[in-house]
Design a protein. Structure first.
Length: 158
């Protein structure tokens, strides 16, 4: 077995709309697909019976709300191209071993011009998301650190 590439990574968001706006407006990504709570309601009556009536009512009430959003990275990015944004803890919680201890440490992106990227953040009024301005790091290359609205750390390298 050979791992060929990262397909995507998923992030849980406290405020999905704010996270979508960050990845679109600050990092230049594009929303390419979304799943809605209504998509979780089975059409088959037999499958519907497996879900509690209370859960069906919750899903019906939130039918038109986005549940998962897929954001695609800018053209030319190597490796993974998708970020999967989840509303709260509504998805894939069955896979969590310990909700308090396991998480992503940081996301790492490459840019062709880190000073231009930094200036772009300033022009977009994104100062609140900047943690460390561009500097030479221990590997003798330029890097900086930012975070998204949920505090997920993002390393930016040139």
């Amino acid at each position: 077995m050979i791992i060929q590439a990262n397909a995507h990574f998923g992030l849980t968001c406290k405020n999905l709309e704010k996270s979508i706006a960050f990845y679109e407006n600050i990092l230049g990504m594009e929303e390419i697909a979304a799943l809605y709570y209504g998509d979780l309601i089975p059409e088959d009556p037999e499958e519907r019976k497996r879900i509690s009536p209370e859960r069906i009512r919750e899903l019906e009430a939130a039918r038109s709300e986005k549940w998962i959003v897929y954001m695609e990275s800018m053209q030319g990015l190597r490796g993974y191209r998708l970020i999967e944004l989840f509303r709260e803890l509504e998805a894939h919680t069955e896979n969590f071993r310990d909700k308090e201890k396991y998480s992503i440490n940081h996301i790492d992106i490459m840019v062709d011009d880190i000073q231009g990227f930094f200036q772009g953040l300033l022009e977009k009024g994104a100062e609140e998301y900047i943690d460390i301005k561009p500097e030479i790091n221990i590997c003798q290359s330029y890097s900086m650190w930012i975070h998204d609205p949920d505090g997920n750390r993002i390393a930016v390298h040139e």
